[in-house]
Design a protein around this ligand. Structure first.
Ligand code: PGA
Length: 253
C-alpha cells in the first residue's frame, strides 16, 4: 500500500504570495512520486491550493487543519466541514496537540468534530500523543488509550475504518524540547493503537487501520519511520514549509 505523506503548514506562511510560491514549487517538483500526498495549509489558502494543485490530476489532495462540528449556524469564527468539502478539501486534521495545549480543545470536542467530518464524507486525521511528563511517569500507554477512546466516542465499526490516526508525541513535535522519538518508539505506539482498535472493533480492523507518525520529521530521518508497514505514513510539520526538504521526504518513500 502507498505511504501517505501529509504536510501540516500550521499557521504559515504569512502571505498568499508565499503560499502560492510554495504550492507552485511543490507542483513543479513532483516527479515519479510514489506516495499519496496531502497538503494542509491554513483555511485562507485552501482555495488557492486546490486551484494550483488540481492541475496535476489529484496527485496531491487538500486537507484542513481543523474545523467545527456543526454544519452551519450562529457560530462566529467557525468553519464547517461542509464548507471545506465545497472547497475541494478531502482530509481534516483533528485533535492536534497544539489545539489542545494552545486553544484548550478537549477529546470530547475532537469526538464531535470526528463525527461531523465523517458525516460530511471527509477523512479525519486524528492526532494522539502523550506529554514528556506522562512518558517519564510511565503513563504514556494509559494516556494514549484514554485519548483514543474519548476522541472516537460513539464511532461505529464502519466509521472507524475511515479514520486515519497519527501518533504524535508532544515532546517530539517541533523539537522544542530537543527530543527525538525513535522509529522503534513510534512503531511501538503504532502497534499499540492497532491493538486497542482491534480489541474494540475486531482484530482485522485494528490491523487495517492507518497509523501515521508525526514529530520532527526531516529528510534524513523520514525513511526510518516508514520502514515498517505498521506505519502508514508521516505527518510533517516544520519541514513541510521548506518545499525542497518536503520533496526530499516524499522522495525517500
Ligand atoms: P513537526 O510537527 O514536524 O514540526 O515536529 C509535526 C506536527 O505537529 O504535526
Amino acid at each position: 500500500m502507498k505511504k501517505l505523506i501529509i504536510a501540516n503548514w500550521k499557521c504559515n506562511p504569512a502571505s498568499l504570495k508565499e503560499a502560492q510560491n510554495m504550492l507552485v514549487g511543490l507542483k513543479a517538483g513532483l516527479k515519479n512520486n510514489k506516495a499519496e500526498l496531502v497538503v494542509c495549509p491554513p483555511f485562507v489558502y485552501l482555495t488557492e491550493a486546490n486551484k494550483i494543485l488540481k492541475g496535476i490530476g489529484g496527485v496531491v489532495k487538500i486537507g484542513a487543519q481543523n474545523c467545527f462540528w456543526e454544519t452551519a449556524g450562529a457560530y462566529t469564527g467557525e468553519i464547517s466541514p461542509l464548507m471545506l468539502k465545497d472547497l475541494g478539501v478531502k482530509y481534516v486534521i483533528l485533535g492536534h496537540s497544539e489545539r489542545v495545549t494552545t486553544i484548550g480543545e478537549t477529546n470530547e470536542m475532537t469526538a464531535k468534530k470526528v463525527k461531523a467530518v465523517l458525516n460530511t464524507g471527509l477523512t479525519p486525521i486524528v492526532c494522539i500523543g502523550e506529554t514528556l511528563q506522562e512518558r517519564e511517569q510511565a503513563e504514556a500507554f494509559g494516556v494514549i488509550e484514554k485519548e483514543l477512546k474519548e476522541s472516537t466516542k460513539g464511532i461505529h465499526k464502519k466509521e472507524i475504518e475511515k479514520i486515519i490516526f497519527a501518533y504524535e508525541p508532544l515532546w517530539a513535535i517541533s523539537t522544542n524540547q530537543g527530543l527525538i522519538c525513535s522509529s522503534d518508539d513510534a512503531l511501538t505506539m503504532a502497534l499499540y493503537l492497532k491493538k486497542l482498535i482491534g480489541e474494540i472493533y475486531g482484530r482485522k480492523t485494528g490491523q487495517a487501520i492507518k497509523i501515521l507518525y508525526g514529530g520532527n520529521i526531516n529528510k534524513k530521518n523520514a525513511k526510518n519511520y516508514l520502514e515498517n508497514e505498521a506505519i502508514s505514513g508521516l505527518l510533517v510539520g516544520g519541514a513541510s514549509l521548506n518545499i525542497k526538504e518536503f520533496l526530499s521526504i516524499v522522495k525517500s518513500v
